[in-house]
Design a protein around this ligand. Structure first.
Ligand code: SF4
Length: 70
């Protein structure tokens, strides 16, 4: 599964990092980024972490996390 983040939409609520701390982290301003890949906006999500990422995407209040099953 591929995941895309759109930091321009992020409102720095912190929810995605709470739900999927192995995947999402934050800039100093609280905007979403990927753990270990601060410059990436796309990441491949291993199967074990997909449920958390899907939850984060569905619950993100500003629709800043997208995923694609493929
Ligand atoms: S849940 Fe959405 S709005 Fe909240 S920090 Fe994560 S990406 Fe940003």
């Amino acid at each position: 599964m591929k995941c895309e983040i759109i930091p321009e939409r992020c409102i720095a609520c912190g929810l995605c990092q709470t739900i999927a701390p192995e995947i999402f982290d934050y800039t100093d301003d609280g905007l979403v980024l990927f753990v270990g890949e601060p410059d990436a906006i796309h990441e491949f999500i291993p199967i074990e972490q997909q449920p958390e990422v899907i939850q984060a995407a569905k619950r993100c209040p500003s629709h800043a996390i997208l995923f694609q099953n493929s």
